[in-house]
Design a protein around this ligand. Structure first.
Ligand code: SER
Length: 582
């Protein structure tokens, strides 16, 4: 089975069950300060999981591109990646456990669909604790479908619970599906979570609780289903491969690395080749995203920088030099039909990869000088990105000894520290859709419209980031704004707020929606039906109208006083405004 067939089958199956196909959202989350990247298919759907009405209805399905850096240490094995695609289906307050499990089972085992061997299937369900009871509904459903009890593990929150991402919010038990990828003649009777040959391929989350600030789990009125199936893993399973890198989603990249390095994918080369393939694929997708990001020292740009540099470092082990562009070219070609943004942005992708690789070469060179001056291996690692293997090689050439035990000790301390400090950043899930965030989101719409009026040209959003304290809005504009212009924008927004206009939502066919003149974010993909938020009494007379998923306040009169803190450049032709509501 090809990846194209698998994506198509999945979407077709859920369409046949009344779901609407929606496009993959950008890898860069909008208006969500809780994560750097879209880490799961549910991410762009957060407002709808919290009760907002989705323009395509309450049964949705899609293939979402995702980046997960939490698993970065595991990249190098056969089944973990930083970039992956997630097949998903959602019920927004529609069907619940019984149907969700039936759909999963039918899709996996029916001859008409994946036709996987039922005897190689195992599942896990939530065992229950003080917060929530044992998920007997899921357990009984699997039993009814013929999964033997020994193959249904009852596991605690650590395994079978999803969300909330922060301290509070929607969450619930999940049920995970595993497929035996070991010897088909020797399938263990019982499922054992510790055996990695039971490969997790799908997760059905039942969002039925809201975790409140006092630590209680209160049943939700809208019960949702959020499922996620790993495309790469399932493709490996479908082709009886014991390694995702041998599927067509990776193999052309591995072959390119083999060619460039004149080394074979095997033995001690495997880990480096996997890391290079994984990281440069992820880097290509981040650079080539609709909201393309460049390497930098903060936020998403920093993760991108780490991915590229890590790939280059492992490239060195294989004797590769100036190779990132050539690998990325393969990725663009492989994915250009499914993700046309890669092809469209290829110049930007390649230029940035080449530049970053050069910059890193320079850093390595400087590191080399430091090494010759006698700097210790740990500083070389943290400040110059020298892997211990590289330092060892250099030391050997010079006939020097290095203290590896000391290095490992320091490394362990360092990793613990950086894990603690980044844990908050990489957690996936529901963001805090609190009242302040909502107000700032509405203020962002007012700001964009006011900019358009004051500056006298079409203002396109290039990025938006909101937390409970401030909004940050990036837009295309060629020069610095004058103080007078900033004042005018501020005054205009405050004048509108004082008019106490309603903020309303309307759902329309995409073609009709485009005719209303509502603005949309450049490069974003939309489904057949879209929602528009507008300020005013009707869409025809609206003062501001934008394609947007919400959420927003109902009347802009409650926003308070709008204040611009800062206007600055982000890059050539892109400006950034930070503003607050007082
Ligand atoms: N959100 C769940 C996950 O990421 C299911 O999609 O596993």
């Amino acid at each position: 089975m090809t990846s194209g067939e698998l994506r198509k089958k999945y979407l077709e199956f859920f369409e046949s069950k009344g779901h609407k196909v929606i496009p993959s959202a950008s890898l860069i989350p909008e208006n969500d300060p809780s994560v750097l990247f879209t880490t799961a298919g549910m991410h762009p759907l957060v407002p709808y999981l919290l009760g907002e009405k989705h323009p395509s209805g309450n049964r949705l399905t899609d293939v979402q591109k995702c980046i997960r850096t939490g698993d970065i240490d595991e990249v190098g094995d056969a089944f973990h990646h930083t970039f992956f695609e997630m097949l998903g289906n959602w019920s927004l307050g529609d069907y619940f456990k019984k149907e969700a499990i039936e759909y999963s089972f039918e899709f996996l085992t029916s001859k008409e669909w994946l036709g996987l061997d039922k005897n190689r299937l195992a599942v896990s369900v939530f065992v229950g604790d003080n917060d929530a009871p044992f998920d007997d509904e899921a357990f009984e459903e699997w039993k009814n479908l013929g999964i033997p009890e020994k193959r249904i593990a009852k596991l605690p929150k650590k395994n079978n619970w999803w969300g909330p991402a922060g301290e509070t919010g929607p969450c619930g038990p999940d049920t995970e599906m595993f497929y035996w990828v070991g010897d088909p003649e020797n399938i263990p009777e019982s499922f054992n979570d510790d055996n990695s040959q039971w490969l997790e391929i799908w997760n059905d989350v039942f969002m039925q609780y809201n975790k409140t600030a006092d630590g209680k789990f209160v049943p939700l009125t809208q019960q949702n289903v959020d499922t996620g199936m790993g495309l790469e893993r399932t493709l490996a399973v479908m082709n009886e491969l014991d390694d995702n890198y041998k599927t067509e989603l990776f193999w052309p990249i591995i072959q390119k690395i083999e060619n460039l390095s004149s080394k074979k994918y095997g033995g001690e080369n495997i880990k480096a080749m996997r890391i290079i393939a994984d990281h440069l694929k992820a880097a290509t997708f981040i650079l080539g995203d609709e909201k393309g990001i460049a390497p930098s020292n903060t936020g998403q740009g920093y993760v991108l920088r780490r991915l590229i540099r890590r790939a280059v470092r492992y490239g060195k082990q294989l004797g590769l030099k100036s190779f990132s562009k050539q690998i990325s070219e393969v990725v663009v070609l492989m994915y250009k039909d499914v993700y046309p943004e890669l092809f469209k942005n290829q110049k930007f992708i390649f230029e940035n990869l080449e530049q970053e690789e050069k910059r890193f070469e320079k850093t390595l060179e400087n590191g080399l000088k430091e090494f010759e001056r006698g700097v210790d291996p740990f500083t070389l690692f943290t400040s110059y990105g020298f892997p211990i293997e590289l330092t060892k090689e250099l030391a050997k050439e010079k006939g020097l000894e290095i203290d590896e035990d000391k290095f490992n000790e320091e490394l362990k301390k360092h990793q613990e520290l950086s894990r603690t400090s980044s844990a908050g950043m990489f957690k996936g899930g529901l963001s805090d859709a609190g009242e302040e965030t909502k107000k700032l989101h509405t203020a962002t719409h007012l700001l964009r419209q006011a900019l358009e009026i004051v500056l006298g040209e079409k203002i396109m959003q290039k990025g938006s980031n909101i937390n409970s304290e401030r909004l940050r809005f990036d837009f295309g504009f060629g020069r610095k704004m004058t103080d007078e212009e900033k004042q005018k924008v501020e005054d205009l927004v405050n004048q509108k707020i004082s008019e106490k206009l309603p903020m309303q939502k309307i759902i329309m066919k995409k073609e009709e929606a485009e005719k209303t003149g509502a603005v949309h974010t450049f490069g974003d993909k939309y489904g057949d039906e879209v929602s528009i938020y507008f300020v005013g009494d009707s869409i025809e007379t609206a003062w501001s109208k934008e394609f947007c998923g919400g959420p927003h306040v109902e009347n802009i009169g409650i926003l308070g006083k709008f204040k611009i803190l800062k206007e600055e450049a982000v890059s050539q032709g892109v400006r950034r405004i930070k503003a607050i509501l007082e």
